[in-house]
Design a protein around this ligand. Sequence first.
Ligand SMILES: Nc1ncnc2c1ncn2[C@@H]1O[C@H](COP(=O)(O)OP(=O)(O)OP(=O)(O)O)[C@@H](O)[C@H]1O
Length: 245
Amino acid sequence: MIELDRAGRSFKVKRNVVHAVHDLSFTVAPGEFVGYLGPNGAGKSTTIKMLCGILTPTSGTVRVAGLDPSRKRTVVARRIGVVFGQRTTLWWDLPLKDSFELIRLLYKVDRKDFRVRLDELVETLDLSTFMKTPVRQLSLGQRMRGDLTAALLHAPEVLVLDEPTIGLDVVSKNSIRAFLQRVNAERGTTVLLTTHDLGDIERLCKRVMVIDHGRMQFDGTLDELMAGESSLEEVVTRLYTAGAQ
Ligand SMILES: Nc1ncnc2c1ncn2[C@@H]1O[C@H](COP(=O)(O)OP(=O)(O)OP(=O)(O)O)[C@@H](O)[C@H]1O
């Protein structure tokens, strides 16, 4: 479903070249739920931006559902849902329900399918009390639930999440985690999850990839990553520190 083959992305900053992602290869099979970890500046968001076609790789190839996102951005957009926890994709001044209607029009979602999906998402994510509220007046937890809904209204096969639980309280985090687990289990949606919250990883991901300085440091199961140790935080700290040396 997701395939990177020696993908790289560099940026020219003044006279220097920053290799944000370097020679990165991995595949994510349909229906997998994969955690994508790395310290600040490791290249996670750059990878995600290449998956949605926002950034073109400077070397190698990136494929989503067999398509090149930078060349087929609109087609890929219909097959992928993306949530950037730090930024909303909703319209700031519009009531939430109007943002959803705009998404229906943009993605050309059939009116009946849209209704069924929206009703289900409103119920599961408990949105009914703030559907008429402008996005700018929503709390962070409410806004995040709105963003998740927006990402799923066109029933994408792939969901890419960049810090979807950032800044949320423990109850909101747990309800979002339960929701994501359900989307993956019931709809078979492939999920790639970037987070600095290791609780998200422990709760949701069987497989974990860790990158640092744009290169893969670890790709395996959570059990393999833990290798008999009891604290994921310690394991990850060791990996991040080793990468920095
Ligand atoms: N548009 C850009 N121009 C120049 N450098 C960039 C650009 N985007 C990212 N970078 C650099 O690429 C590297 C990887 O950044 P990226 O945002 O992908 O990291 P990240 O793993 O998502 O980090 P964080 O966890 O802090 O969000 C960093 O050194 C960053 O400064």
